[in-house]
Design a protein around this ligand. Structure first.
Ligand code: AMP
Length: 214
């Protein structure tokens, strides 16, 4: 299954992608994670992306499209994948279709998680993650056993710079303007599956499975 997971920042894409990996071994291709790694490593891509990410803006299409194309050619993606945070613009969606078509592949479904804006902001502001293993927590909804410390490896949890209030709002606006239109792109092709993203991660996940016919 070749899936696109859509939804504004804080909708729970990362959490659901991890569940899909655990059940179906579909690798999670998170362009946000790829870019954060590039920033941490100080690569040219990272240097270009850093100021845009911190301001909550998108990095240019031409920077990200080639990276995703290359990633999808890797062996672990040949049996399916979950794209998390890509495509975020219509040109990205078109480039993705073209790249897959060249390899006689296609997107099977685009799952969109719908969450009201105020809840999104609350989820973003309380989100913490482990810098070493990537586990995601929320200070209220899924806190670690020891405050500020990862349950799995004890590393101090961090808050993403772009989850702080100013960038968080900017990212919601960018989603509404530039990414929400991508839903219509998939709807026209009969691929959009809209899911209520409010509630426990387990309930949302079972709705996703139902929508995918699993
Ligand atoms: P995310 O972790 O998916 O919320 O992404 C964090 C940030 O990385 C975004 O706010 C953008 O600055 C950048 N980013 C991630 N994916 C994309 C993409 N597909 N196109 C452009 N920018 C992206």
């Amino acid at each position: 299954m070749n899936l696109v997971l859509m939804g504004p920042p804080g909708a729970g894409k990362g959490t659901q992608a991890k569940k899909l990996y655990a059940d179906y071994r579909l690798p999670q291709i998170s362009t946000g994670d790829i870019l954060r790694e590039a920033v941490a490593a100080g690569t040219l891509l990272g240097k270009k992306a850093k100021p845009l990410m911190e301001a909550g803006k998108l990095v240019p299409d031409e920077l990200i499209i080639g990276i995703v194309e290359q990633r999808l050619q890797k062996a672990d993606c040949l049996g399916g994948f979950v794209l998390d945070g890509f495509p975020r613009t219509i040109p990205q969606a078109e480039a993705l279709d073209q790249a897959l078509e060249r390899a006689s592949r296609r997107i099977d479904a685009a799952v969109s998680l719908e969450v009201p804006i105020e809840l999104l902001i609350e989820r973003q502001s309380g989100r913490r993650s482990c810098p070493s293993c990537g586990t995601i927590y929320h200070v209220v909804y899924s806190p670690p056993k020891q405050q500020g410390q990862c349950d799995k490896d004890g590393a101090p949890l961090v808050q993403r710079e772009d989850d702080k209030p100013k960038s968080a709002r900017a990212r919601q606006e960018v989603y509404a303007k530039q990414t929400a239109p991508v839903k219509a792109y998939y709807e026209k092709r009969g691929l959009l599956r809209t899911i209520d993203g409010v509630g426990s991660p387990e309930r949302i996940y079972s709705e996703i499975r139902l929508a995918l016919g699993k």
